[in-house]
Design a protein around this ligand. Structure first.
Ligand SMILES: [Zn+2]
Length: 411
């Protein structure tokens, strides 16, 4: 089946020689073509060219995208979009001056979300989480990751991961799942953190792997959560069971998370609001993708990951939403793109590459998606916003996506 899209104002994010990721100054580059056609064959990109060419390729179906601009599908590599309800009462506490850590220590935060999720009926949780994923897709996201971590016991962690797999079978977007049992210590293990780590290793991880419910392992390695030593042990066991890792690191302080990610060979280290020179040189000797989550910094009013410093060191950098009910209730990667620019001083092209190719790399999916390249899945979206790469992050807070195509089909 060959589909030809014609009369496209501009196609952005083209790669003739696909790269695995973009580092340092490469992140400012985007290839595009104006007044173009785009060919999709059997769900994958098969070519593009100028409408001025004499012979357009033959196709079974031809669709005009007259005047629209085309961008590759966005990749959200870090989300917690399965949750019971937003933590809006805690938000009011924060507005009155309480910190995220103070609220967490008082049993709020992740533990509050866990209590609500454990109570919630699986079918209802599935239905409302599916709606959220559909909303993400409507904003241009065509590949996303979903973490567990609000169950914090075997039954509820499995419930979350089963729902994530069910969502994957209900949407055309690609959904990857991550086991985050080590998100916080649940109340039944209060004061016995080591016992909980042992429980994850001996009971939860084997069950998750037995059911094939997770594609990755994650640990919240930070002050007041899990130590670098515990994180490393958890990641090593997961790796032996075939699960690669992506971790939460350095959100609340310089706490050794980056070093653990490098040592464990994690695919990504996410958050990085606190990052020193030592962490940056450590990342330079690794294949770990640094991932910033500006929605969290915005909503919690905490520092942003030093994107410019990371890119100036010649490193790659990705952005994700961290979509969750307490610290980053944003499902819209266009908004994350804008925050990357306005708050982290990334140029529009750099932040675009951070939510496409580099985000795909952080999931090791760069050969399948993240740009418009021959052989990659034909995931793209259209917009009537002119000069899209600059104008989308500029006019923040609205949805610029007009139509979403996944594997070449309108979603
Ligand atoms: Zn997170």
């Amino acid at each position: 089946m060959r589909k030809l899209f014609t009369h496209i104002n501009t196609i952005h994010g083209i790669e003739i020689s696909p790269k695995t990721q973009l580092k340092g100054t490469e992140m400012g580059q985007i290839s595009s073509i104006q007044d173009a056609w785009l060919l999709v064959e059997n769900g994958c990109f098969a070519g593009w060219g100028s409408m001025e060419s004499i012979d357009l390729p033959a196709a079974d179906q031809t669709l005009s995208l007259y005047g629209l601009e085309v961008l590759p599908g966005l990749v959200d590599s870090h989300t917690h979009c399965i949750f019971a309800e937003p933590r809006s009462s805690e938000w009011e506490m924060r507005l009155k001056g309480a910190s995220y850590e103070e609220i967490a220590a008082a049993g709020g935060g992740i533990l509050n979300s866990a209590a609500r999720l454990r109570e919630m009926d699986e079918e209802l949780l599935f239905e409302q989480s599916l709606c959220r994923v559909q909303r993400m897709i409507n904003h241009g996201t065509t590949t996303l990751e979903i973490k567990s971590g609000y169950g914090l016991n075997l039954e509820s962690e499995l419930k979350m991961l089963r729902i994530a797999r069910r969502i994957a079978s209900h949407v055309n977007a690609t959904v990857k799942t991550t086991f985050l049992g080590a998100h916080a210590v649940p109340p039944e293990f209060k004061g016995r953190q080591e016992d909980y780590v042992a429980h994850i290793i001996n009971v939860m991880l084997p069950a998750v792997c037995r059911e094939g419910l997770a594609d990755h392992m994650d640990v919240f390695c930070d002050r007041g959560f899990f130590t670098p030593d515990q994180t490393l042990r958890l990641l090593e066991v997961a790796s032996n069971m075939g699960l690669p890792s992506k971790i939460h690191a350095n959100e609340l302080g310089i706490t050794g998370g980056v070093q653990v990610a490098v040592k464990a060979g994690s695919w990504s280290a996410d958050h990085l609001e606190h990052l020193g020179d030592e962490e940056i040189s450590c990342l330079k000797n690794s294949e770990v993708m640094p991932v910033g989550l500006p929605g969290t910094s915005y909503f919690l009013d905490i520092p942003y990951a030093p994107a410019r410093k990371i890119m100036d060191a010649g490193l790659p950098f990705a952005l994700a939403s961290d979509f969750n009910p307490g610290s980053s209730p944003v499902c819209n990667l266009q908004m994350v793109w804008s925050l990357g620019c306005s708050r982290m001083k990334m140029l529009p092209a750099e932040a675009f590459n951070a939510i496409t190719l580099n985000a795909a790399r952080s999931l090791r999916m760069e050969t399948a998606t993240g740009s418009i390249a021959v052989g990659k899945r034909a995931d793209f979206w259209t917009t009537d916003t002119k000069n899209a790469i600059q104008a989308i992050p500029y006019f923040f807070g609205i949805n610029h996506a007009r139509e979403i195509y996944i594997s070449g089909n309108k979603s």
